[in-house]
Write a protein that binds this ligand. Structure first.
Ligand code: NI
Length: 429
């Protein structure tokens, strides 16, 4: 059914400035964008010149069901945190709690303007079902490490996930999700890269997150990180999404400047866990594609891309003593279209005719936006705006969140189920 959005202030990362427009969506796509007042028909929504229409955020790295683990073991060193607080609880997760956790994540993301997200976790059938029921867009991967006896079951599970869900409803793409070079032996990583190539799948991989990641990898004994990516075959996969990249060496940046490689920058998780500041501006200058993600709710602890985007921009300026770094436009590009491309959604992340109707409506009629105009809107959005300004979130033409309510998700029921599940997960018995 066509839907007409009248008098909205339209902007995306490829537009020099915002403009006042009428927008017609048809099914899952944007059918027409025209100057305000020129499209006839009854308006499904009238922005009255005070509502921004922006592409929805694409959260390029995370572990959605970790919403069930939020707040466990704060302020601990990474390995101690994982071993004592996270892994014991993760061992108790099952398909049902993963489904509930994914639904919690969906609510948090939709209410903060995110329309698409990357995920690497387990019980991914549950996550896929939650995504389809909730109507969001996602790039899903099964976190792969060898099974206890060294077997490849999790790779097979990930390949089955691809057979079952890749392309589902036009909303899901499946990638392979080898966890990291320090948890996946080199031979297995090579096998995973070969499977990705054979099946035409992209890969999500944690890469050089902390200073000790690479020294802990068995590949480090004979290779440097870039040789490892070459020799395992990872550079040959359809698309390689490298999460974190805090400890990538500057001299090696040109190696990563390839059309099939994207960095997923997770500044708040990196700071909260004391991992460091990824030099993403220098990466971008070297031609590397950089996207933005929140990482899981237990290491951020928000799945709020507004917050992430603002923090990313401020952290680059502060860490490099340079206020000109990571402009509002570049931060917004990282938070939208860059992630969509990395997950294989070629027509998502910008507002264009024929592209997916994935967007948020943002209330500019708020005290902290006084002074906005069509030219300065990007700065207003990135530096002054927040997720509290999101009025509605639309994915594939369907309104999934509006004025505090979800159209498909039952907030009270999911929250009650999540509270009960959390008690079960964290009880000692
Ligand atoms: Ni992660």
């Amino acid at each position: 059914m066509p839907k007409l959005y009248k008098n909205v202030v339209l902007w995306d990362a490829e537009r020099e400035s915002a403009s006042l427009c009428d927008v017609l969506t048809e099914g899952a796509e944007i059918a027409k964008i025209a100057p305000a007042g020129t499209l006839d028909g009854e308006a499904a929504f009238d922005g009255r010149g005070g509502t921004a229409m922006l592409p929805g955020f694409v959260n390029a790295h995370g572990h959605a069901a970790m919403t069930m683990l939020r707040g466990l073991g704060e302020e601990l060193p990474l390995m101690e945190w994982l071993q004592k607080k996270i892994w014991p609880v993760e061992n108790k997760l099952d398909a049902e709690t993963a489904y509930i956790g994914a639904q919690l994540a969906l609510m948090e993301m939709l209410s903060t303007g995110t329309t698409c997200f990357a995920d690497m976790y387990f019980f991914m059938d549950s996550v896929a079902e939650a995504v389809l029921a909730g109507g969001m867009r996602a790039g899903l991967s099964r976190g792969i490490v060898p099974s206890q006896d060294g077997g490849r079951e999790r790779l097979d599970e990930n390949l089955k996930l691809a057979r079952d869900y890749d392309g589902a409803n036009g909303l899901i793409h499946v990638q392979l999700g080898p966890h990291a070079p320090y948890t996946v032996p080199t031979a297995f990583m090579t096998e995973i890269a070969a499977a990705a190539k054979e099946n035409g799948l992209g890969v999500q991989l944690h890469w050089l997150e902390t200073k000790s990641d690479w020294p802990l990898s068995d590949g480090s004994k004979t290779m440097n990180p870039e040789e490892y990516l070459e020799k395992t075959g990872m550079t040959g996969v359809k698309h390689l999404l490298l999460a974190h990249c805090v400890w990538m060496e500057k001299e090696k940046f040109p190696f990563y400047a390839r059309p099939n490689i994207t960095v997923a920058h997770n500044p708040k998780s990196n700071w909260k866990l004391g991992s460091g500041t990824a030099p993403v501006c220098a990466m971008a200058e070297a031609g590397i594609a950089v996207s933005l993600g929140t990482d899981g709710a237990s290491s951020n602890n928000r799945l709020d891309m507004w917050d992430e985007m603002r923090f990313a921009s401020l952290a680059q300026k502060g860490a490099n003593l340079d206020p000109t770094l990571l402009s509002a436009r570049d931060a917004f590009r990282m938070a939208t279209v860059a992630g969509a491309r990395a997950l294989g959604f070629e027509k998502t992340g910008l507002l264009r005719e024929g592209w997916t109707a994935d967007f948020m409506l943002v209330d500019l009629d708020k005290p902290h936006y006084v002074g906005w105009d069509l030219e300065n809107l990007p700065g207003c959005i990135v530096y002054a705006g927040s997720s509290a300004d999101v009025k509605a979130t639309v994915v594939a033409g369907e309104t999934l969140y509006e004025n505090g309510s979800f159209t498909r998700l039952d907030k009270e029921k999911i929250t009650a189920q999540a509270n009960a599940a959390r008690k079960r997960l964290t009880s000692q018995a």
